[in-house]
Design a protein around this ligand. Structure first.
Ligand code: FAD
Ligand code: NAI
Length: 468
């Protein structure tokens, strides 16, 4: 008799493991199948967590070299021990993946280490690492297999000199010159890490702007700030080939619209042109599960695929490829399977880029609102006018609030600034409650905090900011 479950989740990333825990909390008999040696998926092993560890450590390295003396802290110029910094990152990853293993055990989730294949509704095969095969039965299946690196045609990622984010998180030596393909989130975050540690970083972007999808005015400001930090950008350009030479990589770059190629040299090329849903080996064709034209699993409003009993969440379905989006979808599916009304509000999903300063947004950009023909008011407040930012000397950036011109309801919030990743939470909460700029403006904010800039931006929507 094969083992039998209420739900089997394939993949233990933020979508899968959160789904498993919530389903177990609701009394379901749950199993997770994971092909990687450790739990936590892309995010914990090779994504959010290791990248944030290196961003944190490299930011302090930079600060020690440039910011301490101004505060009267005299230290010798900092020396980099890269192996130790990478070990610091690995310890952080271990702490997090061990934490997930503990939580799965605590919630009595059965775990199987191997590649999961859907053999049909209610049937999952697992190929264990040693090649043994196991068959499991279940009432429901949740596909939470995440995403993989998008490849650039003609450029082979070897994770040594031509790397994806995975290789860029473990370079054994600081490259003298790094060329980043793609001015998206990974390019700017990991480009920042290596720039702070001493690399010359050049970013080549296909479009005529960085951070597509982000409010254009915000993206422009971010580019200016990063250029001041020493990163260079070549926009409206495409990499058409990389040739290995004795002195490094020779990269051919053409205008996006076509034209003569130029070449530049770099020691490391980081390919960061997006991620693609991962469904390889899952047996979706046999199971009859429908994919869209971008190979994403198609689901309905309840995360169910076209095959009854088979659900999908996270990076493998449409929507932003973000860990917290995957987590919330995991929770929602578990609640639906547990007989509750699970739901995710996809209009209020914060998005953060962990550069310095950080960039955080939630809701609509000005371009979105213009395209939808919605009249809006803008309230903007710069950190140069915020007491805490002034005293900390972190005055770069601002808070921008977009509110409906008729109802004053907040439709979008965009923050560039130190700790923007933390500040965006209050914007998400007020938007979940359908709050107005006036509600935010009348909420008492502690002094002196950076969050006072959020309140001031809300006051600025009605042109009554105090400190400006
Ligand atoms: P994943 O985390 O990709 O997990 C899927 C799991 O399924 C994997 O463990 C995989 O091994 C397993 N799997 C796949 N197929 C099978 C199979 N057939 N059988 C068994 N197991 C299988 N997002 C943020 O919100 N914030 C960040 O700061 C952030 N930083 C990032 C930095 C980098 C460098 C990268 C690459 C991504 C980052 N992301 C970040 C994105 C985030 O990692 C993903 O959105 C998130 O991991 C998606 O979760 P998921 O559960 O859908 O899939
Ligand atoms: P991305 O989609 O953010 O950016 C890719 C960039 O590459 C875009 O600007 C695109 O126009 C450009 N591009 C595409 N093809 C190109 C080409 N041939 N030549 C030059 N430029 C090209 O993808 P990225 O940075 O790889 O990240 C993948 C995903 O991981 C993101 O969707 C994001 O959701 C997630 N992520 C989230 C983080 C966070 O939340 N802080 C951090 C890192 C990743």
């Amino acid at each position: 008799m094969p083992d039998s479950f209420d739900v089997i989740i394939i993949g233990s990333g933020p979508g899968g493991y959160v789904c498993a825990i919530r389903a177990a909390q609701l009394g379901l008999k749950v199993a997770v199948v994971e092909k990687r040696a450790t739990y936590g998926g892309t995010c914990l092993n090779i994504g959010c967590i290791p990248s944030k560890a290196l961003l944190h450590a490299s930011e302090l390295f930079d600060e020690a070299g440039h910011g301490f003396a101004g505060m009267g802290i005299e230290v010798p110029p900092p020396k980099l021990d890269l192996a130790k910094m990478l070990a610091f990152k690995d310890q952080g990853v271990k702490g997090n993946v061990d934490g997930v293993a503990f939580l799965l055990k605590k919630n009595k989730v059965d775990t199987f280490h191997g590649t999961g294949t859907i053999l049909g509704a209610g049937k999952v095969g697992v190929t264990l690492a040693n090649g043994d095969k196991q068959r499991l039965e279940t009432k429901s299946i949740v596909i939470a297999t995440g995403s993989d690196v998008a490849r650039l045609p003609g450029v082979t990622i070897d994770e040594v000199s031509i790397v994806s984010s995975t290789g860029a998180l473990s370079l054994p030596k600081v490259p003298k010159r790094m060329l980043v393909v793609g001015a998206g989130v990974i390019g700017l975050e990991l480009g920042s890490v290596w720039r702070r540690l001493g690399s010359e970083v050049m970013v080549v972007e296909f479009l005529d702007r960085i951070l597509p999808g982000m409010d254009a005015d915000v993206a422009k400001t971010v580019q200016r700030i990063l250029m001041k930090q020493g990163m260079s950008f070549q926009l409206a350009s495409k990499v058409t080939g990389v040739a290995k030479t004795s002195s490094g990589q020779k990269i051919a770059i053409e205008p996006a619209a076509g034209g003569a190629a130029t070449t530049v040299e770099a020691d490391i090329v980081l390919v960061a042109i997006g991620r693609v849903p991962f469904t390889e080996g899952l047996g979706l064709e046999t199971a009859g599960v429908q994919l869209d034209n971008r190979k994403r699993v198609v689901v309905d409003a309840h995360f169910q695929t076209n095959v009854p009993g088979i659900y999908a969440i996270g990076d493998v379905i449409a929507g932003p490829m973000l860990a917290h989006k995957a987590e919330d979808e995991g929770m929602a599916v578990a609640e639906i399977l547990g007989g509750q009304a699970g739901h995710v509000n996809h209009d209020v999903i914060p998005n953060v880029i962990y550069t310095f300063p950080e960039v955080a947004s939630v809701g609509k950009s000005e371009e979105d609102l213009k395209a939808a023909g919605i009249a809006y008011n803008v309230g903007k407040f710069p950190f140069t006018a915020n007491g805490r930012a002034k005293v900390n000397k972190t005055t770069e950036g601002s808070v921008k609030i977009l509110a409906d011109a008729k109802t004053d309801r907040i439709l979008g919030v965009h923050i560039i600034g130190a700790a923007a990743s933390e500040m965006i939470a209050e914007a998400a909460v007020i938007m979940e409650f359908g709050g107005s700029a006036e509600d935010l403006a009348r909420t008492c904010h502690a002094h002196p905090t950076l969050t006072e800039a959020v309140k001031e931006a809300a006051l600025a929507v009605d042109k009554r900011a105090i400190h400006m």
